[in-house]
Design a protein around this ligand. Structure first.
Ligand code: SF4
Length: 222
């Protein structure tokens, strides 16, 4: 038994190291134009073995300055929503599709997503979450208003995950009705975390699901 435990501990340490090493690699990435205006790469943060991973669109102003995703008011709301289902940041992993801030918080363009999504796929490969909550990677040509709260089994970057599109907390900051929807969608997460992901039939491709932009707030893109 002790040997088995030691193997698990060694494997866990190896995974953490790989994620950290990968984070250092990405910190110097110049694959797309966004490298020119960033303060720093915002790689992601949280439990490197999390079952639940949140993925936003791209770093905003505060994320770019601080180097962490989901900070500021939207981050505080995420913390509150997590607390509502008995979780905290230490037990999930949060990241963005794009690791560098688009100037003026503009929407990312397709070639930037294409350049950067491999980083996210590698993170998923290393973290291996069972669930994957995001408003970004719906895999369907429909807006978030139609796909939020509807889980789907997909393969992303070679990893099988249960994808669960959500509104970005920033969208709920100023809209009480949207906050209620977000709370209801969050309330299903414990149930989803208890499920096993089945074999996927087809890999899903990221799709753009445009929603109305809100000034000075990064809302999401796919
Ligand atoms: S946005 Fe992604 S691909 Fe572009 S420079 Fe930053 S890390 Fe590299």
């Amino acid at each position: 038994m002790a040997d088995v435990a030691a193997v698990h501990v060694a494997a866990a340490e190896r995974q953490l190291t790989e994620l950290e090493v990968f984070g250092r690699e990405v910190a110097g990435c110049t694959r797309c134009r966004l490298s020119q205006g960033r303060t720093q790469v915002v790689f992601g943060v949280g439990d490197p073995h999390a079952d639940l991973m949140f993925v936003g669109e791209a770093p905003g102003f505060h994320e770019d300055k601080q180097g962490y995703p989901f900070v500021g008011q939207a981050g505080k709301l995420l913390d509150k929503l997590l607390a509502g289902i008995g979780l905290d940041r230490g037990r999930v992993y949060v990241a963005n599709v794009l690791k560098c801030r688009p100037p003026g918080n503009r929407d990312p363009v397709p070639d930037e997503i294409e350049a950067c999504e491999g980083h996210l796929f590698r993170q998923i490969e290393l973290i291996r979450p069972r669930d994957f909550a995001t408003k970004l990677l719906s895999g369907k040509p429909a807006g978030i208003t139609r796909v939020h709260g509807a889980e789907q089994q997909v393969t992303l970057g070679g990893s099988r995950v249960l994808l669960y599109p959500l509104y970005h907390p920033a969208a709920a900051l100023y809209t009480p009705a949207m906050l209620k929807v977000l709370e209801a969608d969050f309330a299903r997460l414990p149930e989803l975390l208890g499920r096993t992901v089945a074999e996927p039939v087809l890999a899903a491709a990221p799709q753009l699901a445009p929603i109305a932009a809100e000034p000075a707030v990064q809302l999401g893109l796919f």
